[in-house]
Design a protein around this ligand. Structure first.
Ligand code: WT7
Length: 640
């Protein structure tokens, strides 16, 4: 049994233990898992080299900890409950035993296609149970999955498959999202054309639409699964063998393939899941995130299933067929813990209270949020109207890089404060540093958030680029892991995350690099250059504001060029990265050395018209007033 803390005193006591003797602490937690061979050392690390190895020398297979370990008590308990996009379609439920059979069968399919331990398997699927089956089948045979969110464009998909050197792609004919059907196979086909490494594709039938099948490359999931056995021995993995690669955006244009390994990720995902959500036997837990992002990996699939939970997955969107969809699901399945993003809460809040009428939310015990700062109004709405003033909210701060939750209340244990992620979890040692790298001690301080000591769930490297890993996370403040977030520690020692301090923006909980969007915009033949910044947006948290230098308009004028910029971004990244606002400008504020002064553009995008601070290093200070005047002009035009 994975240990569960149940009182505030227990938290304080365990936390002290976990930081005064981290290896002793994690050694004990790890003991509750099934290892084929135990470790020779709990932790070896050197942050200056970006190195951490947990449970060195240990052998295991993570899926044995989901299936074999639970088979005696949980064979007939639902592991996965799937709620389809269309409420009129029947939901599906797979017990631990049924899921195990499917995982084994699909693992045998992968083996029959020649997939070996260490091979990279790309997965580009909508939110259907087969996505979980595919990822666990990879883990069963030691293949490294790399899941690409099905909202990414063909170009993004191929870029990621090439970087990972994927040899096989698992995808579907199409997918449903609200009232839309997404042509997944057509996008995958385009991506595979540009990427020589993928030799085989497995296609799941979801929508049943006609798709082109390339003989010798494309195979139907249903055909392959028809004649394989339901037993597949688990491949023995080293604790530090990679489990998956997941791409995320950084401050340069190229996405980073973060590598998570087997033993530490297993221990951390399951332990944090059980403790933060205070999951109890028989509870129904619902995480609304897409598995294409880290939240889905850790807190829809791995954490819950390792902890023997029943995890509910939802294919659709919160606003279709109407804005009561989440509440219907909670009512129908009597959900006990619900985990979603602030952006979803804000958008549902804006659509009014009527969607809550006649929904029975009394099963709820715990509410969670993740992905971006939650503002107080949204926190209170969630607390009062969804949790009916009786469910604790866990505002969980973490990152793709951290693998699991780092700073968060433990439900019902840690006293909460609206918009505060509150306190560090077990073993997590946050430090706040100023720009000179000096640690800010005590309470009532604000600065950059770093972590001083390794934790088992942390990413180990960037795929094929350890130097970039060191440079990105371990160079700004030598000896510390730098998160990229600003943070405040208040008078009570509570942590409040203030948002990114680098060129990363967070749009509806999706993390995007401004450089990535700029690259896409700059692809447009008429664009000279561009600068993208985030600005406060009532629903999305941050909106995308693009300042574009584009000296000549073609036919269609300004509107035409804006439309084709949107199209370029959709094609290169995906529809979720489309700018909310595009302003055509004559120039960008630059320093004498040619660097764009983003700080100024951020202020302009946020509606500020003066107090730009020190602009003496600017080569073209007059451009500021021009940009502001043009912005006001186009905004008044737009509102007329
Ligand atoms: C960035 C990481 C980790 C799951 C989803 C996002 C922001 C995350 C919170 C929170 C304020 C948050 C941070 C972080 N973030 N959770 N509870 N409060 N900000 O993962 O895509 O890797 O993004 O999301 O800025 O650095 P991600």
């Amino acid at each position: 049994m994975i240990p569960k803390i149940s009182t505030l005193g227990g938290y304080i006591f365990e936390y002290q233990k976990s930081v005064s003797n981290p290896t002793g602490f994690w050694n004990n937690i790890a003991e509750s898992f099934y290892w084929r061979k135990k470790w020779s050392s709990v932790l070896e690390w050197d942050f200056l080299r970006g190195d951490a190895q947990w449970f060195k020398g240990a052998k295991l297979n993570l899926t044995e900890n989901i299936f074999e370990r639970h088979m005696f008590f949980r064979a007939n308990q639902p592991a996965l409950v799937w709620e389809p996009n269309d409420p009129d379609e029947a939901h599906r439920s797979l017990t631990y035993e049924e899921l195990f059979d499917e995982v084994n069968k699909f693992a045998n399919v992968l083996k029959s296609l020649g997939v070996l331990k260490g091979d990279r398997v790309a997965i580009y699927l909508p939110m259907v149970p087969e996505l979980v089956i595919a990822m666990l089948a990879c883990a069963r045979i030691g293949a490294i999955h790399s899941i690409i969110f099905a909202g990414f464009s063909a170009q993004s998909l191929s870029e990621r498959m090439i970087d990972a050197g994927a040899t096989i792609l698992i995808t579907s004919d199409g997918g449903y999202r609200g009232n839309k059907t997404i042509p997944i196979k057509a996008i995958a086909d385009e991506a595979m054309e540009n990427c020589q490494c993928v030799k085989t594709a497995i296609i799941l039938k979801r929508t049943g639409e006609e798709v082109a099948m390339q003989p010798g490359r494309d195979f139907w999931w249903s055909d392959l699964i028809a004649d394989v056995g339901i037993h597949c021995p688990a491949t023995e993995m080293d604790a530090e063998d990679p489990l998956f690669i997941l791409y995320t955006s950084g401050s340069t244009g190229k996405p980073k393939g973060l590598v998570h390994t087997t033993g530490g990720y297993m221990v951390y995902s399951a332990y944090t899941f059980k403790n933060v959500f205070q999951y109890g036997d028989g509870d129904i837990y619902f995480c609304s995130a897409d598995i294409g992002w880290i939240t889905g990996h850790t807190y829809l699939v791995y954490g819950p299933l390792l902890a023997g939970a029943t995890s509910l997955m939802f294919e659709g969107i919160p606003t279709w067929p109407d804005a009561g969809r989440f509440w219907d699901i909670i009512d129908k399945h009597q959900v006990n813990q619900f985990y979603t993003a602030p952006t979803a809460i804000r958008s549902l809040m804006a659509l009014g209270m009527e969607w809550l009428n006649n929904k029975d939310l009394s099963s709820l015990k715990v509410l969670g949020t993740v992905g971006e700062p939650i503002n107080e109004a949204a926190w209170h709405w969630y607390h009062d109207h969804i949790g009916k003033n009786r469910c604790p909210i866990v505002d969980t701060w973490w990152q793709t890089e951290t693998g699991g939750i780092m700073i968060s209340p433990m439900a019902g244990i840690t006293p909460t404060k609206p918009s505060y992620a509150t306190m560090p979890l077990m073993g997590i040692q946050p430090k706040i540093v100023n720009h000179e790298g000096k640690e800010l001690m005590g309470n009532s301080v604000e600065g950059n958030l770093c972590i001083a000591f390794p934790w088992p769930g942390m990413a180990r490297t960037i795929w094929k680029d350890h130097d970039r890993f060191i440079k990105t996370y371990f160079t700004a403040y030598p000896g510390l892991y730098f998160t990229g977030d600003g943070v405040k520690r208040d008078e009570d020692g509570y942590y409040r995350i203030l948002g990114r301090v680098d060129d990363v923006i967070n749009v509806s909980g999706h993390r995007l690099g401004t450089a990535e969007i700029e690259n896409a915009i700059n692809e447009h033949p008429l664009v000279d250059e561009s600068a993208v910044v985030g600005y406060p947006h009532a629903i999305k948290g941050q909106g995308i504001y693009a300042f574009v230098v584009c000296p000549q308009f073609s036919t269609g004028g300004e509107e035409g060029i804006k439309t084709s910029i949107q199209l370029a971004v959709t094609n290169m990244i995906g529809p979720f990265a489309k700018p909310d606002k595009i302003q055509i400008v004559n120039g960008l504020p630059k320093t004498r050395s040619g660097k764009i002064m983003r700080r100024i553009l951020m202020k302009i995008a946020a509606g500020q018209i003066d107090n730009f601070g020190d602009i003496t290093t600017l080569l073209n200070p007059e451009i500021i007033q021009t940009i502001i005047a043009d912005k006001n002009d186009s905004e008044s035009k737009a509102s007329n």
